[in-house]
Write a protein that binds this ligand. Structure first.
Ligand SMILES: Cc1ncc(COP(=O)(O)O)c(C=O)c1O
Length: 426
């Protein structure tokens, strides 16, 4: 088959006729397929079923040190839980705060605290400044952008490259503008492209020169251990690189077990320097008497150690890999010959990023919605929902069963073709 760009008008018209026919056929099936959010499937949730039964009475809720997890206390979380994640992420346990069930919640709170009180190094709370700006590598995670929007922080998009954010742009912007106070990073299997930052990118972040002395890197390592198989990417440990250096206060490091145990009922983590930790403690003390230790103990008893988590993640990979393969196979067979689209082939994480022809993502999204396939809204992967080239779509293969998934991707491929042909011909 010829690429669309090489077809004559007559050939394109005939192609449109057959694509439209297939689209109408699919639409008539009244599908209801959801590819919108990166949620674990039922099979994945079942992998931690026994986590629900691990604590059955009061005696089970005591730690080795005799702490009764049913009661108040332990502001930064259980010692053994902090040690478990210390072991997994290679971050000192003393620099770890365990929160509630959601790292996104900890991110929001961390930014909100900076707005209300400032951070070590701030002259005043960020909300007292005329402008607060964040660098936003794009495409990126829509909920990071939502935090900024909700707190009135101006977002500056920075292009993503195959090795992470465009570091020349990051260095230039951060070193020039004092009102740039932060950057969002998903350093491993980025959402939505599945890109892992190269060693050079991580080193450049660790040594970033910033005009603002209270600049912060929001390092959201949500997919730290989420490889599809044993051939996963390796990310340099930025905490180890920065710890003990003049820049150590610049890092806020986030992680959670949402996609290890249960999303919404996992354990979330914030790792930070001693100075950041002391400053944060003063505020958290006013906020809470302590987190949910029963859930933390459940996780410690279930996983035991870092190896337990890594072994468990192999099971997740075995469920997810065939789904990623199915999506990539359909894209390759249906879209590659047309030459109108590009996509990423991540080795882990939860997403595949699809770039359709410029100016056709919104229309592809609309056509797919009308054919019963729900996707993340076109544009959502960019600050303010504005994709400058209107081409990026986020595919989330995890939730639907395999048969539904292949069908949904087929619908999306047909919609991407139809959107291109309509734009070119009508
Ligand atoms: C990059 C990223 N960070 C954070 C989250 C949410 O994490 P949590 O469930 O810990 O709030 C997600 C969920 O999709 C994500 O993709």
């Amino acid at each position: 088959m010829k690429k669309y760009s090489e077809m004559t008008k007559k050939e394109l018209l005939s192609e449109r006729e057959s694509v439209l026919k297939e689209y109408e056929r699919l639409k008539a099936q009244n599908y209801n397929l959801d590819m919108s959010r990166g949620k674990p499937s039922m099979d994945q949730l079942g992998l931690t079923e026994s986590l629900l039964h691990i604590l059955t009475n009061g005696a089970d809720c005591k730690t080795e040190d005799g702490i009764d997890c049913r009661n108040y206390g332990q502001l930064f979380g259980l010692k053994e839980a902090r040690e478990l994640f210390s072991d997994l992420l290679e971050i000192p346990a003393d620099n770890i705060i365990l929160g509630g069930n959601s790292s996104l919640n900890m991110m929001y709170d961390t930014v909100a605290r900076a707005m209300l009180y400032g951070v070590p190094g701030s002259d005043k709370p960020w909300c007292k400044l005329d402008h607060v700006k964040f660098l936003c590598p794009s495409p990126g995670y829509d909920r990071h952008f939502h935090i900024c929007e909700s707190l009135g922080i101006e977002m500056i998009p920075v292009d993503m490259t195959p090795t992470g954010p465009d570091m020349d742009a990051v260095e230039r912007l951060a070193s020039e503008d004092e009102s740039i106070k932060g950057i969002w990073c998903v350093p491993k299997y980025s959402n939505p492209q599945g890109i892992t930052y190269s060693d050079e990118t991580v080193r450049r972040f660790a040594a970033l020169k910033c005009k603002a002395k209270d600049f912060r890197i929001f390092w959201d390592n949500a997919y730290a251990v989420h490889d599809l198989d044993d051939n996963g990417d390796i990310l340099l440990n930025i905490f180890a690189l920065m710890h003990g250096t003049e820049y150590e206060d610049r890092l806020y490091y986030f992680f959670s077990t949402s996609k290890i145990s249960f999303p919404g009922s996992g354990v979330a983590l914030l790792a930070l320097s001693d100075r950041n930790l002391e400053a944060t403690k003063k505020i958290i003390e006013a906020q809470t008497i302590g987190p949910d230790k029963i859930n933390q103990l459940r996780h410690v008893k279930y996983f035991t150690n870092a190896e337990g988590i890594i072994d468990h993640m192999r099971l997740h990979g075995m469920v997810l890999k065939p789904k990623f393969d199915a999506v990539l196979h359909t894209l390759k067979t249906e879209l590659a010959p047309t030459g109108i689209a590009e996509w990423t082939e991540p080795k882990g994480g939860y997403f595949i990023s699809l770039d359709v022809a410029d100016g056709t993502a919104k229309e592809t999204y609309r056509l797919a919605s009308e054919a019963g396939v729900k996707m993340t809204k076109a544009g959502a992967t960019f600050p303010y929902g504005k994709d400058p080239r209107d081409r990026n779509l986020r595919l989330a293969p995890s939730f639907p069963p395999l048969e539904e998934l292949s069908l949904a991707i087929h619908v999306i491929c047909v919609c991407a073709k139809l959107a291109y042909l309509n734009k070119t011909l009508l």
